[in-house]
Ligand binder design. Structure first.
Ligand SMILES: Cc1ncc(C[n+]2csc(CCOP(=O)(O)OP(=O)(O)O)c2C)c(N)n1
Ligand code: SF4
Ligand SMILES: [Mg+2]
Length: 337
């Protein structure tokens, strides 16, 4: 494995680097948290970084007609290819350095994908990338809970019952999307035992996200961060509430903040306080009812959400993470006859 850069943890907001490597020149919606994820991600990673981005809002709205906010090398890759682009770039750099065609130095490789591109379409490419522990790379999945760029279609990461262009609430069927959100970060962590760093994040906790990016990049090998990103257009709320909605997702227990470092789980932020019983979860209604995408919900739909969160925290093997409960012991000694 190649060496990694020296990127120390940032102690306090006053010490966040002032340099911007994702600057003006983008056309994302006002209040777009995914744009903030990009800005914070590259602020933490710094100048000697190559960024690869799959199709989606963070490609289209960021690189329209010769304008771009990226001040570091950036390349678009196909919708399902964040994983392959990351592996290919890391392998290419390693090969060029081995052959003496470029100077030996640790260069960060970060690929990002949306939930459509990562949680759905590019899952196999991500899995392959996360299995190659000879390469240093970070994949950031920015999750605005829809195929936003093509006008808000449901993805495997969209919440139950959400109003989208593919699941409009009707008189006959109120909630067309009856799937529960995929449990992405644990799926990546459990499925790739050689991977040394997996985390969840939210741009409402910016410094926390900065430091997670740095921990991923300095851990080395393939690493993965999954962010929840409020999206004013798709979630249908006033853009000024993006920050608050991100916090509410966590304070209600719907989104759990954690890091898995070399197989060890560390809850952080409000999720840690909730798990320790220091803090109570806010009712999920406070989160749901502030978004137009859930405006059609009846009390029974809100109850269903609340029950699911309670199940996640009370009944799951690891609260908020592993939806498996230990079964009854088999006392037959292996004799199944
Ligand atoms: C193979 C392929 N299918 C469909 C599209 C059309 N398309 C472009 S962006 C996009 C939405 C991607 O959603 P997501 O990855 O969640 O990113 P977001 O737009 O939400 O930021 C789609 C379906 C495409 N570019 N490539
Ligand atoms: S649709 Fe959502 S994710 Fe896309 S640019 Fe607008 S706010 Fe950002
Ligand atoms: Mg999306």
């Amino acid at each position: 494995m190649a060496t990694v850069q020296d990127l120390p943890q940032i102690r306090g907001v006053k010490n966040i680097p002032v340099e911007e490597f994702y600057s003006s020149g983008h056309r994302t919606c006002q209040g777009c948290e995914s744009a903030l994820v990009m800005r914070l991600m590259i602020k933490a990673a710094g100048q000697r970084t190559i960024v690869l981005g799959s199709t989606g809002c963070m490609y289209v709205a960021n690189t329209t007609y010769y304008s771009t906010p990226w001040v570091v090398p950036w390349m678009h890759t196909q919708l399902g290819s964040a994983g392959s682009a990351a592996t290919g770039t890391a392998a290419g750099l390693a090969s060029m350095m081995r052959k003496g065609k470029m100077q030996e130095e640790p260069i960060n490789v970060i690929a990002f994908c949306g939930d459509g591109g990562g949680v759905d379409m590019g899952l196999s490419a991500l899995s392959a990338a996360l299995q190659h522990d000879e390469y240093n790379l970070l994949v950031v999945c920015y999750d605005n809970e829809s195929y936003a760029n093509t006008d808000i279609q449901v993805s495997g990461s969209s919440p139950y019952g959400v109003n989208s262009t593919f699941s409009p609430p009707g008189k006959e069927i109120r909630n067309l999307n009856t799937r529960w959100k995929k449990n992405m970060a644990p799926m990546m962590a459990v499925g790739h035992p050689n991977m040394k760093y997996v985390a969840t994040a939210c741009a409402s906790y910016g410094l926390d996200f900065n430091n997670k990016v740095r921990r991923a990049l300095t851990t080395g090998g393939p690493t993965f961060i999954h962010c929840i990103d409020p999206c004013p257009k798709g979630w249908d709320y006033d853009p000024k509430y993006s920050h608050e909605l991100g916090m509410l997702a966590i304070e209600t227990g719907l989104w759990v903040q954690y890091e898995i470092i070399d197989g060890e789980l560390i809850l952080n932020g409000p999720s840690r306080a909730i798990a320790k019983g220091i803090r109570k979860r806010k009712p999920v209604e406070e989160y749901l009812m502030r978004q137009g995408r859930f405006a059609h919900f009846l009390p029974e739909d809100i109850r269903l959400f609340q029950d699911k969160i309670e199940e996640t925290w009370e009944n799951w093997w690891i609260p908020g993470l592993i939806p498996i409960t230990p079964g009854q012991d088999d006392d037959s000694g292996g004799d199944t006859e």
